[in-house]
Ligand binder design. Sequence first.
Ligand SMILES: CC(C)(COP(=O)(O)OP(=O)(O)OC[C@H]1O[C@@H](n2cnc3c(N)ncnc32)[C@H](O)[C@@H]1OP(=O)(O)O)[C@@H](O)C(=O)NCCC(=O)NCCS
Length: 321
Amino acid sequence: MLVIERVDLSDTPSFEALYDVYARSLTRDFDGAWLAAEKRVNLTDDEYGAKIALLGRLDGAPVAGGWVVMPLRDNTDFAFLEVVVLPEHRRRGHGSAVLEQLIGISRASGRSTDFAMPVWGVDEEGDAGRWFVEAHGFELDIMDAVRELSLPAQLLPLELDPHYTLETWRGPCPDEWVDEYADLRRILTSEAPSGDAGLEDEYWDAARVRKDEADLVRVGREMQVVVARAGSGELVGHTQLAFPADGIEVYQWDTLVRPEHRGHGLGLALKTRALQASADLLEGRRRITTENAASNAHMIAVNEKLGFRQTAWTGEYVRTL
Ligand SMILES: CC(C)(COP(=O)(O)OP(=O)(O)OC[C@H]1O[C@@H](n2cnc3c(N)ncnc32)[C@H](O)[C@@H]1OP(=O)(O)O)[C@@H](O)C(=O)NCCC(=O)NCCS
């Protein structure tokens, strides 16, 4: 019988057992696993989220795992769940056993909506993750499309509307912009296409930007940021390229242009500038992965122009009390 225990994130052997199950459960080429140091930070409680991780053992051997993340400063009705089971131990109810415990924790914490995001290949109708969450009563809210740009890539020339300028940084955001930058981070959910699940903007302020930057340093992840400024000096858009310490993967993270500044080619200009600015970091890496709502036609057109091609789907699934 599967014995499920709570993982103490401060205990290295316990975390490593969970991480091993996680890494060995993600077997598809488009699965971009977090590195161990990143996963450990992501699963450790902080002022923005309560997190609980579980490990399932069979005769002492770790075979299943999962976690629930419950935001504390925003989306306080939501719980974000993930379950993983080693491939050779699937279809024996272990995933269900872990999921039921996670849902129990979510309910006991007063959360009313559970959120899960299975991923499957672009040419498939779904795979284990999708069928698993559907079997547990989760309903599809929206679909996101995952795209990759193979590296090295041919860069487009930078074309920038003369009413705007672009600024770049790595490491800490300059003090003079940190409040405005936090606001750009904050509005992503409301200003990019999202579903009907009722997700609200994440809480972002200068302190959270600084906490995020400190976490990046802890896990050795480099972030190339590009922001667009209007003639008034106001920050009106940004993009982020994340470079994990493995030297292999790159992630195009948030990209956003404020609604009143759309239609000026800033999305493409920001991304092109980010690629130029991070030429040294891109050296030797194999691909850049990005993801956005399948309905986000403008962002997808920009990505296709840059050479990104779709590899997978992510389903945003919800289960409400
Ligand atoms: C999804 C995952 C956790 C399922 O783990 P599992 O231990 O095999 O799940 P269970 O045995 O509890 O399956 C419960 C039900 O889910 C459905 N299901 C699970 N895998 C399925 C598959 N490959 N095909 C069709 N239905 C499937 C079935 O209804 C199954 O019940 P049944 O076996 O009685 O038909 C596992 O496949 C995995 O780790 N996948 C990679 C990570 C992932 O996608 N996680 C899901 C995101 S939360």
